[in-house]
Design a protein around this ligand. Structure first.
Ligand code: SAH
Length: 349
């Protein structure tokens, strides 16, 4: 069965006309779907059409399997189930102006970053645009207050380029969620050719680049992608993105004890970024026990921040949210897979 959320309004028009329906039905179907309705709930559609659509299409594609709410700050962690039985996770963070949803673009990831739990078992598969959108719609069904979207869940969005771009276009379509792309951030480990192509799409999302290092040698230690992409090449693509879209680039930098968190590293980073319209987000590392890496001490984080500020680099330290429920990125899915594996093991035993 096809995922109904994959289709644009124009594609619905073609699909419905093939079923002998008038063109105006396309807008009705599209806007119901994006409100989270199932076909049975589409009151202004003839019952026969609802039944025919339900035979061909799955209106949802993504269902919330489990939900964890932080007692500390209300942060929500979702475990979603896809139609093929795969599971992915997402996070809802609460802010005064509305909630931010962190969405996944792939099941697993093949980028292999040393500190990241999402990549430990490699890539299972990429998500379709409708499955990425389905996470937002499912979260809105749970509570209708998603304002901002960050593509920072599992997966590398630019390694699933076409579906990610289709998702961004679906967000903007009339009758749909009509999210401003200014409220959307796309986080990437840094694929320069794709960053340049994205800059040409007319989709002005905020580009977040996971830098995590002041130079190629340290970066290559943490991120396999850096063995084939130099920081010069990456930063040139970021400047191009800035020129084309007018959007300042955000650099993410997780401070890891004994690796990238000394004041000299901050000074080197500042000189690389000098003169560029950008912002640095310092992230406290979520420890991933499988990886044996530890976050830098609070005093080192503050010294790093001050060293950047002293060199006129705009910087913030990201607040930790939902510590009690989240674990590191990708750990919820791992925990789930491990417990399912254990169950199977028990059954077999
Ligand atoms: N593949 C994309 C998006 C997913 S990761 C990317 O690389 O940007 C989202 C962010 O979380 C990235 O900045 C990533 O480097 C960071 N991250 C991954 N594991 C982390 C951990 N254990 N602690 C802190 N940040 C982590």
């Amino acid at each position: 069965m096809k995922n109904a959320l994959d289709l644009t309004t124009a594609e619905w028009r073609a699909e419905l006309s093939g079923m002998g329906e008038p063109a105006f039905r396309a807008g009705q179907v599209f806007s119901w779907l994006h409100k989270g309705a199932d076909f049975a709930q589409m009151r202004n559609l003839p019952a026969s059409l609802r039944a025919r659509l339900a035979e061909r299409y799955d209106a949802r594609g993504v269902e919330i399997l489990e939900k964890f709410v932080s007692r500390q700050d209300g942060t929500v962690k979702y475990l979603y189930r896809l139609r093929d039985g795969n599971v992915i996770e997402g996070v809802r963070m609460r802010y005064h102006h509305g909630d931010t949803l962190c969405v996944s673009t792939q099941v697993g990831c093949r980028m292999g970053c040393a500190f990241c739990a999402s990549t430990l078992e490699g890539l299972a598969r990429s998500l379709s645009a409708g499955e990425i959108l389905g996470q937002v719609i499912a979260a809105n069904r749970d509570e209708m207050r998603i304002h901002n979207i960050v593509l920072m869940g599992s997966g590398e969005p630019l390694d699933n380029y076409e579906q990610t771009v289709r998702f961004l276009r679906l967000l903007r379509e009339p009758g749909g969620l009509q999210t401003s792309l200014r409220a959307v951030s796309l986080s990437t480990c840094g694929l320069p050719a794709r960053i340049r192509t994205l800059a040409e799409e007319g989709l002005p999302v905020t580009l977040s680049v996971s830098l995590h290092a002041p130079d190629d040698a340290i970066r290559a230690q943490l991120m396999p992608v850096a063995r084939s992409v130099s920081m010069d090449e990456l930063l040139a693509a970021c400047r191009y993105y800035l020129d084309k879209t007018g959007r300042r680039v955000i650099f993410e930098y997780a401070l890891i004890a004994g690796v990238n968190s000394r004041v000299e590293h901050a000074a080197a980073l500042a000189s690389r970024l000098r003169g560029m319209q950008c912002h640095v987000n310092l992230i406290p590392l979520n420890p991933v026990p499988e990886r044996g890496l530890a976050g830098a001490e609070e005093s080192a984080v503050q010294a790093f921040r001050q060293a950047l500020e002293a060199r006129h680099i705009s910087v913030t330290v990201r607040r930790e949210m939902g510590r009690d429920i989240a674990g590191a990125c990708g750990q919820l899915r791992r925990g789930y897979l491990a417990s399912e594996g254990a169950k199977e093991g028990n059954e077999r035993a």
